[in-house]
Design a protein around this ligand. Structure first.
Ligand code: OKP
Ligand code: ZN
Length: 332
């Protein structure tokens, strides 16, 4: 068995957000990826590789120009102190130019602050996932993208849920030039950004298993009647679950999700790997166990698609052990 390429850059540490109403610690912190790297390095199943920078052109195939231009403008317009949106109006068709008006126009929550280097940090995470996709295109069978900030909540022109650029959507858009792509999102939260990017497209299937949005973030998306539009109709599936469910109920949902993937006959599979479904996660309520992540991966591997695994959520100190359990399901 070949080693699993793990794409990683230490530059993720430059992104270190805090919360506006600063009582709680922001959960999306640098230690997450450092703990993952530490656990992966203990094994010989993985080899660490550096990312190659993704082109802005590819990013603009996923996100709208105005949104990317705004993120790029942060470097010259603001300091290295995090700033938060306060006023929101997403429907404005005016040519907005003020920093505050644009920040509210391009955000859907207040958990996703921006500072001078935010675009550069998000670009590193997108580059990690792009590089993983490129290794798959070049013939690897499984590659793990160990990046942060996560991406699956980032919509065509909205940041939110700790996400700025949609890493999984950028990987999917790249691979869609070489064949059909299915994205399976197993994060605790709905992958509303990935759904948004491909909602009207027939060439990329999006499937997400997550907490019922009536009960949790992202609240406004992720309902089961969201099935796609136009060419994308029947190519988006949401499977919603209750609070506190465990391995068995989750596994039934996984099998239903994988049936949708198999029906689609993709050339490539992307997994948005949120590990906030873990029993000890600080945000999620599901009760999945460390051993279950190995079974989840074995079930996915049995379908034999070239697979990009992209890190999304997971908010606890020993996140790395669950990544290792998941990756071990792809070994042997
Ligand atoms: C990002 B990912 C917690 C509020 C959290 C945002 C959740 C973002 C989750 N007090 N709101 O999908 O893991
Ligand atoms: Zn999540």
């Amino acid at each position: 068995m070949d080693k699993i390429p793990v794409v990683y850059s230490a530059d993720h540490k430059k992104h270190n957000p805090f919360y506006l109403f600063g009582v709680d610690e922001h959960p999306e912190k640098p230690d997450r990826i450092e703990n993952i790297l530490k656990e992966i390095k203990k094994l010989d199943m993985a080899e660490i590789c550096e990312p190659e920078t993704v082109n802005i052109g590819l990013i603009k195939e996923v996100h709208l120009d105005g949104y990317i231009n705004f993120l790029q403008s942060l470097k010259k317009n603001i300091s290295n102190e995090y700033r938060f949106p306060i006023n929101f109006y997403h429907e404005s068709n005016r040519n907005l130019i003020g920093f505050r008006s644009l920040l509210g126009r391009y955000s859907f929550d207040v958990s996703t602050p921006v500072k001078k280097n935010t675009f550069q940090c998000a670009l590193v995470s997108a580059s990690v996932s792009y590089t993983a996709a490129k290794l798959i295109k070049d013939g690897k069978s499984v590659v793990y993208a160990a990046g942060r900030p996560p991406g699956h909540h980032a919509m065509k022109s909205l940041m939110g849920g700790f996400c700025y650029l949609n890493n999984a959507a950028i990987a999917a858009q790249y691979l869609s030039k070489f064949g059909s792509v299915a994205v399976l999102d197993v994060d605790y939260h709905h992958g509303n950004g990935t759904q948004d990017v491909f909602y009207d497209r027939g060439d990329v299937l999006t499937v997400s298993i997550h907490i019922n949005p009536n009960l949790s973030f992202p609240y406004y998306w992720g309902f089961e009647d969201e099935i796609g539009v136009g060419l994308g109709k029947g190519r988006n599936f949401n499977i919603t679950l209750d609070n506190n469910i465990g391995n068995d109920i989750y596994h039934e949902a996984l099998e239903r999700a994988l049936n949708k993937v198999v029906d689609f006959k993709p050339n490539f599979l992307i997994i948005s790997l949120g590990l906030d479904t873990y029993e000890n996660d600080s945000i999620g309520t599901f009760k999945l166990t460390t051993d279950y992540y190995k079974k989840m991966a074995q079930t996915i591997k049995s379908l034999n698609y070239p697979t990009v695994v992209i890190q999304e959520g997971g908010y606890y100190d020993d996140l790395g052990k669950n990544v290792v359990s998941f990756l071990s399901g792809f070994c042997g």
